[in-house]
Design a protein around this ligand. Structure first.
Ligand SMILES: [Zn+2]
Ligand SMILES: [Zn+2]
Length: 277
C-alpha cells in the first residue's frame, strides 16, 4: 500500500510503499476512504509536539471501510464504514480509564502520532475506537467531525448554557461549533487574527453576531469563551472578555505559553478555566 510518512520533524512527507499488516487481537484493518487535516497534524509535522523516535504517518480524521477484523472484535464487521479519531488506544485499567475518562489515560496512544494515521491506503485501528458513521454523511463530510467536530462539540458542552459565546480562532473546529451554537439559539462572537478578513467573513456568513480582532474586547460581555487558537496570550484576553462566573475553555491539543496575568481576572471575577482534552 501507499503511505505518506515523515521521518523527522521539518522534513517533507515521503511516499513509501509497504505492507498494510494484519489486524491483531481487537484491531481492524481499514481501507481509507478519506482523512481530514487537523491543526494537530501540523503541530506534529512542524515538531511542536515531542518526536517519538519513529516515522510518523499523520492523519486522525479517518473514514474507512473495515476490510478485516482481528480476534475478539465484536463491534466492527467487514464492510462497515467507521471513523477513527485522535484517541486511538487506551490501557483500559488505569484510574482514568476505570472512571470513564479514558481521554486522560496516562498510557494513551494517539492516531497519526504514536499510531500510524490515515494518510495511507490502509490503516490498522483499535476497534474500541472505531465509530459507525451515519449513512447520510459522505466520506469527506464525516472526516472533519472526527476531530474538529468532536473536540468542538466537547468544548461547547464545557461552555455550559452560555448564551453569548466567544470563539477565539475561527478554523476547522470553530466553523462547525458556530453552526451548532447558532442552531441552539446562542449568539456567537468570533475572534480572529488581526486583519483576517476571510475568517471574519466566514464567521459572519455562518451567523456570528460579531467578528473582530482577537485582541479587541467584544461589544458585549461573554458568558463563555472557547479558545481554539493555539495562542496562550489569548487566555488572559478571554478571561477579561467573559462575565463574572463565566467559563473559558481551552480546546487545543497544543498552545504556546500562557503569559502571567493578574490573579484578579481569574479569582476576583469568579471565572473558571477548563480544558476539554
Ligand atoms: Zn485533531
Ligand atoms: Zn488508562
Amino acid at each position: 500500500m501507499r503511505s505518506m510518512q515523515q521521518a523527522a520533524a521539518g522534513l517533507p512527507l515521503q511516499l513509501v510503499r509497504r505492507d498494510p499488516g494484519r489486524p491483531g487481537p481487537g484491531q481492524v484493518l481499514l481501507r481509507v476512504c478519506a482523512c481530514g487535516v487537523c491543526r494537530t497534524d501540523l503541530h506534529i509535522v512542524d515538531g511542536e509536539l515531542p518526536r517519538l523516535g519513529h516515522p510518523v504517518v499523520p492523519g486522525h480524521e479517518i473514514v474507512g471501510i473495515v476490510e478485516a477484523a482481528g480476534a475478539g472484535v465484536e463491534r466492527c464487521a467487514p464492510g462497515m464504514r467507521v471513523g477513527v479519531p485522535w484517541l486511538g488506544w487506551t490501557c483500559g485499567t488505569c484510574a482514568y480509564c476505570a472512571s470513564g475518562r479514558e481521554n486522560l489515560c496516562d498510557a494513551a496512544r494517539f492516531t497519526g502520532y504514536h499510531l500510524d494515521g490515515g494518510y495511507a491506503d490502509y490503516a490498522l485501528a483499535d476497534s474500541r475506537y472505531c465509530f459507525p458513521l451515519p449513512e447520510a454523511y459522505g466520506d469527506a463530510e464525516a472526516a472533519p467531525l472526527l476531530c474538529a467536530g468532536l473536540i468542538g462539540y466537547r468544548a461547547l458542552r464545557r461552555a455550559g448554557t452560555a448564551r453569548r459565546l466567544g470563539i477565539y480562532g475561527f478554523g476547522a473546529a470553530a466553523h462547525i461549533v458556530a453552526q451548532v451554537a447558532r442552531h441552539q439559539g446562542r449568539e456567537v462572537y468570533a475572534f480572529t487574527r488581526a486583519g483576517d478578513a476571510a475568517a471574519r467573513a466566514l464567521a459572519l456568513s455562518l451567523g456570528a453576531a460579531w467578528a473582530g480582532d482577537s485582541g479587541a474586547p467584544p461589544p458585549e460581555p461573554l458568558d463563555a469563551a472557547i479558545l481554539f487558537a493555539p495562542v496562550g496570550a489569548l487566555v488572559p484576553a478571554a478571561l477579561r472578555a467573559v462575565v463574572k462566573g463565566g467559563t473559558v475553555v481551552c480546546a487545543g491539543i497544543h498552545m504556546s505559553d500562557i503569559p502571567s496575568f493578574p490573579y484578579a481576572i481569574l479569582w476576583g471575577s469568579g471565572r473558571s478555566s477548563r480544558s476539554p482534552t
